[in-house]
Design a protein around this ligand. Structure first.
Ligand SMILES: *[C@@H]1O[C@H](CO)[C@@H](O)[C@H](O)[C@H]1NC(C)=O
Ligand SMILES: *[C@@H]1O[C@H](CO)[C@@H](O)[C@H](O)[C@H]1NC(C)=O
Ligand SMILES: *[C@@H]1O[C@H](CO)[C@@H](O)[C@H](O)[C@H]1NC(C)=O
Length: 807
């Protein structure tokens, strides 16, 4: 790195200060900015010259940085004028200067209940299991959560029987200012906690790592919550609740408050987490992709991964639109949502004597003990004379006549597009209705429903039955039955509409999301005593039901933590590869499971007691289509597969730097980002986004495929088989699942590994059988198998140009 003499530095400061002063006279808008300066200098106490320069410049111009980043990377967050920001961005050592934005958490919001088909991958937990678990070395894995804080008194974070805090832990437990309801205390489960002030939200109540939103508590208990043997949501979905890695330690970095999560705080959290010694970072939030080097999550996770920390992120809740996936840089693990096989049934009985049963789904606690028949109408017939028929039909605000609605169950049509179930139910409730039946085929995510009101959701075909009953009956009546939760009811998983979809907006040459995990109606711990979360007439819940990729992400974080404890030497890329190449694309049915009602739910268990039968049917989307890698990446995460992947794809640091080159960043900008690159690093000449297809990723994506020429990508696999003896010398053969119209060749077709750690490469050639362009995006997979392990990589081939946007 070029060194500056003191004289030069002073000269620079002088020039800059005059520039700033000149600019400040022109009134320019000011705001919070992040000054990102790339790799942290090796000597943290003095900082490098550029950092020193920038620090002096800030000080001389009277600016106090809100944050200074120095552990995992360098930079500042400060309030600057636009002109100052522009000038700073031109200074040596500065990679990017960008506005400090608020990121949003990826939950669909409380009262997110949900749905029908859910995939239950766990259960049958006993105390012996839990005790055994404490004996495994798992306990020393530390998961850092960047989120809304945590509720330390929750039973999920009890530290009973836990080993002392691992020695490698270098973090801290901030007590915060506010001592309500009592001061924040860490224990051997929550071993660290920090909070960051937001410049947008100055509330002393928030000067604590304590969670006031519930999100961070929920997410942390999904990934690492202790085993709680009889959890239930007011009697529903009862059973054993546990996190994916119940013995992992938790470090909470509270960067989020009511308004969201401020970018500069997120970066500060990454900077601290890297220094504190976490193994995995779990982030359930996001920013729409624009520029990788201006995205706090992409920057923070780049440096975390560089230090061997696995970063797991939510894919976003902006589905089902194409190109809605976020957190899709190749060093991140991008998790989309899937359903589990637990359903919340709330059926409807039509009529009196010769009653007919209609299946509905919903979570209502209003009539949990009693059922009652009520008059039934369609919302259309309650139209106010001055309202529009479509508004009335869909139970929109101010469109129904209270005199007619009062005392009745109202059938509402759903509107196309934006649907906010709770607004409709609030309207029916406000007008004195006794319940609501919503006709909606996309009802997997029942979030937004007020559980203290009777709401059930039915399919269009069942809606027709109800309509014909109403039309043909003088005094139609119906009963909405109490909710029952049941498992094994339907095949799961499927991909809910809200889950964000690939391809990645910035390039079609990397396949994202990476993997799907349960994110619909997930039961996990909540704030204690949260009156806002209590349904009318009920005490505050200890657990809550939430949906979103926010909930999917910590499922994978828990698995990643377990993998890290089983294989401490695995890189973040090896962990991602193991998770991806063992993903499932078929629906499963539990074969030896007894389908008890109101039985265990929740996330994962490590118990192998549940056998799954592959039914051979494909995982679908909520709309019923066969799911593609743009919906779920490599498929649904499996619990045990990742522990024995056989082979892994090591995506190394050069791959990530090349990714930045191919995206279009200049060599000298990239050189500032990392101090772990070869001397004289330069981007390959004449590279383009299309070259991203060639980085050693566990999935393959090829864009701009015109069918006339063949396209070749290469991959290298590393033999890691470790769990079984005698499989170091092993031969893998390839099988290819190619869609019609696309020819896929793999050379060689056999890979002979002689020992653990061996690396072998292969080439994949894509050509069109008709020598013409593909009409539609084509998907398939390449699987290497040695008879014991199957190592599957999904691929996507598209004729669309790399940076075109879908409509
Ligand atoms: C948050 O802001 C308050 C008031 O400015 C300050 O006293 C406190 O130290 C800040 N806390 C952190 C973690 O920055
Ligand atoms: C509501 O219904 C009642 C009874 O049918 C009727 O008298 C009244 O005019 C209606 N009001 C509106 C605003 O439609
Ligand atoms: C019921 O009647 C309404 C209006 O009278 C009509 O639009 C609808 O098609 C009928 N539905 C069925 C299923 O008979």
């Amino acid at each position: 790195m070029k060194r500056f003499s003191t004289v030069t530095v002073i000269f620079f400061v002088f020039l800059l200060l005059s520039a700033i002063q000149n600019c400040e006279s022109e009134t320019s808008k000011s705001g919070d900015y992040i000054i990102y300066m790339g790799a942290a200098s090796s000597d943290e106490s003095t900082g490098n010259d550029h950092v020193g320069l920038m620090s002096t410049m800030l000080k001389r111009s009277g600016k106090t940085p809100r944050h200074r980043y120095k552990h995992g990377f360098s930079g500042f967050a400060a309030h600057l004028s636009e002109d100052e920001a522009r000038i700073m961005s031109k200074q040596p050592g500065v990679v990017s200067v960008f506005p400090d934005q608020m990121l949003q958490l990826h939950t669909t919001r409380s009262w997110d209940f949900l749905v029908q088909e859910s995939y239950q991958r766990q259960t049958h937990f006993t105390e012996t299991n839990s005790q055994q678990e404490l004996d495994v070395a798992e306990g020393d894995t530390i998961i850092g959560f960047i989120d809304s804080g945590i509720w330390p008194e929750s039973e999920s974070f009890n530290d009973r029987h836990m080993h002392p805090v691992p020695e490698k832990w270098k973090g801290t437990c901030m007590r915060g200012k506010k001592t309500q309801p009592d001061s924040f205390l860490c224990n051997r489960k929550i071993i660290g906690a920090r909070y960051y002030n937001s410049s947008f939200f100055l509330d002393p109540d928030y000067e604590t790592p304590r969670d006031f939103l519930g999100h961070g508590t929920h997410v942390a208990s999904i990934a690492a919550g202790r085993i709680i043997s009889d959890a239930s949501y007011y009697g529903l979905a009862g059973g054993t609740m546990r996190g994916g890695s119940p013995t992992s330690r938790i470090a909470m970095y509270r960067a989020c408050s009511l308004l969201g999560c401020q970018g500069s705080s997120i970066l500060a959290a990454f900077d601290d987490a890297i220094a504190d010694g976490v193994d995995v970072i779990s982030v359930s939030m996001g920013l729409f992709p624009d520029n990788v080097l201006e995205d706090p999550l992409a920057i923070g996770s780049f440096h975390a991964v560089e230090r061997g920390i696995t970063v797991v992120c939510s894919a976003g809740n902006l589905g089902p639109s194409s190109q809605s996936v976020v957190n899709a840089a190749p060093w991140m693990i991008t998790v989309s949502a899937s359903t589990i096989d637990r359903g919340f049934q709330s059926n409807i009985l039509l009529g009196g004597k010769n009653s007919r049963l209609i299946e509905g789904v919903g979570i209502n606690l209003a009539n949990i003990d009693k059922t009652q028949a009520n008059k039934l109408i369609h919302a259309r017939s309650a139209k106010r004379f001055d309202a529009n028929e479509d508004d009335a039909r869909t139970c929109a605000a101010d469109a129904m006549n209270g005199t007619i609605v009062e005392g009745k169950i109202v059938v509402c049509d759903n509107d196309v597009g934006e649907k906010v179930i709770q607004w409709k139910s609030q309207e029916v409730k406000k007008l004195g209705g006794t319940g609501m039946i919503l006709i909606d085929d996309n009802s997997m995510d029942l979030s937004f429903i007020d559980p203290s009101f009777l709401v059930t959701i039915i399919k269009t075909e069942d809606g027709l039955q109800i309509m014909s009953y109403i039309n043909s009956t003088r005094e139609p009546i119906a009963t909405i039955m109490p909710t029952r939760s049941l498992t094994g009811h339907e095949l799961a998983p499927s991909i809910p509409s809200f889950s964000s979809r690939g391809p990645y907006l910035l390039t079609r040459s990397i396949l994202k999301p990476d993997i799907a995990a349960p994110g619909v109606n997930i039961v996990a711990s909540w704030l204690i005593g949260d009156l806002n979360a209590a349904p009318q007439g009920k005490p505050p819940p200890l657990v809550n039901i939430e949906s979103g990729t926010s909930m999917s992400c910590p499922h994978v974080s828990g698995i990643a933590a377990r993998l890290k404890s089983e294989n401490p030497s695995w890189s973040p890329a090896a962990i991602r590869s193991a998770i991806m190449t063992t993903g499932e694309t078929s629906k499963y049915q539990e074969s030896v499971m007894d389908y008890r009602f109101d039985q265990p739910q929740l996330t994962f268990s490590l118990s192998a007691a549940v056998q799954m039968t592959n039914t051979g049917s494909y995982i679908t989307t909520e709309a019923g289509a066969k799911a593609t890698p743009y919906d779920f990446g490599a498929g649904q995460v499996t619990l045990f597969g990742p522990s024995s992947p056989g082979l892994v794809y090591e995506t190394n640091h050069m791959d990530y730097l090349n990714f930045l080159c191919y995206l279009g960043f200049a060599s000298d900008q990239i050189r500032k980002i990392s101090n772990r690159m070869p001397q004289g690093f330069a981007c390959p000449e004449q590279s383009s986004k299309g070259d991203i297809s060639n980085i050693n990723y566990p999935s393959i994506s090829v864009s701009n495929f015109n069918g006339k020429e063949t396209r070749r990508v290469s991959r290298t696999v590393t033999n890691v088989a470790s769990r079984l003896v005698g499989d170091e010398d092993t031969v893998y053969t390839v099988s290819i699942d190619a869609p019609e119209g696309l020819q896929v060749r793999v050379v060689p077709r056999r890979l002979h590994f002689r020992k653990i750690g061996d690396k072998l490469s292969y080439q994949v050639t894509f050509s069109s059988t008709s020598k013409s362009t593909l009409k539609e995006d084509a998907f398939g997979s390449i699987t290497w198998s040695n008879g014991m392990y199957n190592v599957r990589s999904p691929f996507a081939v598209t004729s669309k140009a790399d940076d075109t946007q879908d409509q």
